[in-house]
Design a protein. Structure first.
Length: 158
């Protein structure tokens, strides 16, 4: 029984050494800051839970700390292209508290609803502001053009 107790103690000590060497933590935060290339805040390690999602990874931006996540903007068609003005115009709104760049999707259809062409255009919009964007339309599309369409969600390009 005495050797069995030593084996159990040895196993427990070895388990603690392995856990300490692999960075296992009980979740307690230290008062100091850890230097790391991917984090500037303390975070406890610990065991993984089956309810955690390990399939997604969002890298942190180095240098600046973001206080909020940026949102997509909105786009509204202002005018469709014509022979006199061969470009479609949209207005893009930025709901964010800082300047952001958005990508706006345009499409052009004929009278039967068939797509004649499409274009994606980027525009930088000031914080909580709006900007107009124009997309040129070629003569071949203009000859059959009946309608212009803009995707209402302007995708954030960051």
């Amino acid at each position: 029984m005495d050797s069995r107790g030593r084996v159990l103690r040895f196993t427990a000590v070895m388990a603690m050494v392995v856990l300490a060497l692999t960075g296992f933590s009980s979740g307690h935060k230290s008062s100091g800051r850890h230097k790391s290339s991917h984090s500037d805040s303390d975070s406890g390690g610990g065991c993984s839970s089956s309810s955690q999602d390990h399939d997604s990874y969002t890298p942190r931006t180095t240098g600046t700390r973001r206080t909020s996540t940026l949102q997509d903007g909105t786009a509204t068609l202002v005018s469709c292209a014509t022979k006199a003005a061969p470009h479609a115009t949209a207005e893009v709104s930025n709901p964010n508290s800082r300047q952001a760049t958005f990508e706006v999707a345009f499409s052009f259809t004929d009278a039967s609803g068939r797509t004649l062409g499409s274009a994606d255009q980027r525009v930088t919009v000031p914080a909580r502001g709006t900007s107009k964007i124009q997309v040129p339309v070629g003569q071949a599309v203009l000859a059959k053009l009946d309608d212009c369409w803009v995707e209402p969600e302007a995708d954030l390009v960051d």
